[in-house]
Design a binder for this molecule. Sequence first.
Ligand SMILES: NC(=O)c1ccc[n+]([C@@H]2O[C@H](COP(=O)([O-])OP(=O)(O)OC[C@H]3O[C@@H](n4cnc5c(N)ncnc54)[C@H](O)[C@@H]3O)[C@@H](O)[C@H]2O)c1
Length: 349
Amino acid sequence: MKEVGYGIVGLGNIGPIHAQCVNAIKGARLVAVCDTRAELARDFAKQYGGTPYTDLAEILKHPGLHAVSLCVPSGLRADLAEKVARAGKHVMSEKPLEITTARVDRILRACEKSGVMLGCIFQYRFAEAAQHLRKALDQGRFGKLVLGDAYIKWYRSQAYYDSGAWRGTWKLDGGGALMNQGIHQIDLLQWFMGPVKSVYARIATVAHERIEVEDLATVMLEFENGAHGVIEGSTAIYPGHPARVEIHGTQGSAVIEDGKLVFWDFVKKRVEDKKIVAAMKGESELGTGAGDPLKGLKIEGHRRQIEDFVRAIRTGRPPAIDGREGRKAIALIEAIYKSAKSGRTIQVK
Ligand SMILES: NC(=O)c1ccc[n+]([C@@H]2O[C@H](COP(=O)([O-])OP(=O)(O)OC[C@H]3O[C@@H](n4cnc5c(N)ncnc54)[C@H](O)[C@@H]3O)[C@@H](O)[C@H]2O)c1
């Protein structure tokens, strides 16, 4: 395929980032966009290109449409993805892929049945820092893994939760500080450390009104490889701090903040370490969501991931983060919520 005809469904906060990425990628063209809000769809098409639609069934008939980014509220994705897959279009989902593993499995089945590709946005995996860390793990540089931690001490104003009826609801947001915000670092943590065996968690709503979900969570983890860890997540901490993932082993440690390395040291040094440490001084190439969902976010992570997805479609190889990868963080957060609700340690399946 020479050029992937690309569509975006859901044109709110994150939709424009997808549009900018598609417009920046060779081998893809934004051909159609869709939002139930007609005026938004029209203005969006004027600014970024593509034909505007207000109905999913209509955009799916657009000639030359091959792939669709689903940027709608999280708990709507299974219903929409099933229709997109049935129409034979490839699906790129924003995170979280859906809000429960049962609903994720509906998407997996639909895409497998139709033979279309499924990708899930986790842009922080595409940070150079994350790639260095994953490579060092593959090379065994950390020795035996001992501790793996994720800290997401973020701030979301009351106005943020009030800005959409779906925000902060179990039905459509699927959770709070963990399912919506912390999921990026939770994904990184399990990608680096391997599967989690069990969790023990507490969650609470301490600072926001009119939300059902947690704005504070503390979690103890045991990984299948015997390492321990913690997750601390909140959207109640002003002004919001860089999201941090720490990986510690008997032979080395590395720490990432907002997709940027801030610590890197191993018993056995390598020549490439000098370059890696020198790059630690610059700014985060991906930006941060610490205090606001979008103000600090740069498009580079999304651009790399959507470029990978487009290349996957054009060459027939799987995308770097497919549906099964996207499912893992949701299974983990589901177990965390189950533990918090029951007061028991929960085995992660
Ligand atoms: N990767 C990231 O860093 C990142 C950042 C922000 C949001 N997100 C994710 O993106 C998703 C959307 O979040 P948002 O903040 O952009 O939400 P939003 O409410 O700003 O935008 C969602 C849009 O979807 C539209 N919509 C709803 N139902 C629709 C339907 N059936 N058909 C077409 N359009 C429909 C709404 O009108 C709205 O414009 C969420 O799942 C969120 O977790 C990811």
